[in-house]
Design a protein around this ligand. Structure first.
Ligand code: SF4
Length: 337
């Protein structure tokens, strides 16, 4: 295993006069010495822009891969999962706001070197690491160093997709699977609720797909804000025509949280309807999340209709898969095993 010294200098920035301009994500924060970026993970030092949250771990857990959610990446396995603090979005409904909307240094974290994280992951018997809980793109340098330490481990990100093209393309060289949250399908929603732009996120999804990294999408359905039939249809048609009908999409049920306590939980019927719309638009793998249903989280072979993977909550039964083939009609399915 390579011995890597913690490198805390940001990889992507430039200096303009007295300020550092961060080039990691589209916000392009201008950070003076002593200041921090919007994500609270980059800080202006006397001589460099630092990746201030490097190695600062807030959460460690071993989770079912389905919890991420990733349904087509080693289904039925567990994955070593870690997170830090901070985020480059400011979603009013964030379910992890205690770690995402905090300043690094004001929330308890422990420093773990890349080598320690790799050792922990191996002790847990996991052959992949998920960077999750808060936004992993702002942990960029740390993720790269961990993967440099252990290139044999799978690298999984659960992300909002807000990152610039150059760092993302470099990251794609070490990433194996990503779930991108598509928060809504209008720029108005993104600007008002999340403090970002839709097109920046869609560009990331296109790049990840183009780079042939395994990609799944999640859409949290919020009553009255992003749940119109027209908006869901446009989202599904975009997946079909810009990415592929084979990209799995998870429609998830909203519950009130953080700064959005005034919006009710999503009715179960609305989430199920989103899945129906996706199927009507020609998507082959549409799922529901945060609700238990009889069959809306199962994977069906699009050729012959056989249930190949059955799911009840996080209980997963591989029913009719031989390697990546449907055991019934032998069609090769887009499932990494
Ligand atoms: S990564 Fe953070 S500091 Fe850099 S531009 Fe984005 S929000 Fe600003």
């Amino acid at each position: 295993m390579a011995n890597i010294e913690p490198v805390t200098e940001s990889r992507y920035y430039r200096k303009e006069g007295d300020v550092y301009v961060c080039e990691l994500c589209p916000h392009g924060c201008r950070i003076p010495v002593g200041g921090v970026g919007r994500c609270n993970s980059r800080r202006g030092e006397e001589d460099i822009l630092s990746a201030y949250s490097y190695g600062k771990v807030s959460s460690i857990c071993v989770d079912p891969i389905e919890k991420k959610p990733l349904y087509h990446y080693h289904p039925g396995t567990s994955i070593f999962s870690i997170g830090s603090v901070g985020c480059n979005m400011s979603c009013r409904h964030c379910q992890n706001y205690a770690i995402s909307q905090t300043v690094t240094g004001r929330k308890r974290t422990t420093y773990e070197s890349p080598e320690e994280i790799v050792a922990m992951c191996r002790r847990e018997g996991s052959d992949a690491i998920a960077f999750t809980y808060n936004e992993p793109m702002i942990w960029y340098e740390y993720i790269m160093d961990i993967m440099k330490c252990a290139p044999d481990l799978g690298c999984v990100l659960i992300s909002n997709g807000l990152v610039n093209e150059r760092p993302l393309r470099d990251l794609c060289k070490v990433m194996d699977a990503v779930n991108i949250d598509i928060k809504g399908f209008t720029d108005g929603f993104y600007m008002k609720i999340c403090g970002a732009h839709l097109e920046d996120v869609l560009r990331s999804a296109r790049i990840i797909f183009e780079e042939k990294v395994h990609l799944e999408l999640t859409y949290l359905v919020i009553p009255g804000l992003n749940d119109s039939r027209e908006e869901i249809e446009r989202f599904c048609v975009w997946i079909r025509d810009t990415l592929s009908p084979d990209v799995p999409v998870h429609f998830s049920r909203f519950h009130p949280d953080f700064d959005m306590m005034d919006v009710p939980m999503t009715p179960v019927e609305t989430v199920l309807e989103c899945r129906d719309i996706a199927e009507a638009c020609g998507l082959n793998y549409a799922y529901v999340g945060n609700i238990i249903t009889d069959d809306a989280s199962d994977t069906y072979c699009p050729e012959c209709g056989t249930v190949v993977i059955r799911r009840t909550g996080y209980l997963v039964e591989i029913e009719a898969l031989e390697g990546r083939r449907c055991a019934c009609c032998r069609t090769v399915l887009p499932i990494v095993r």
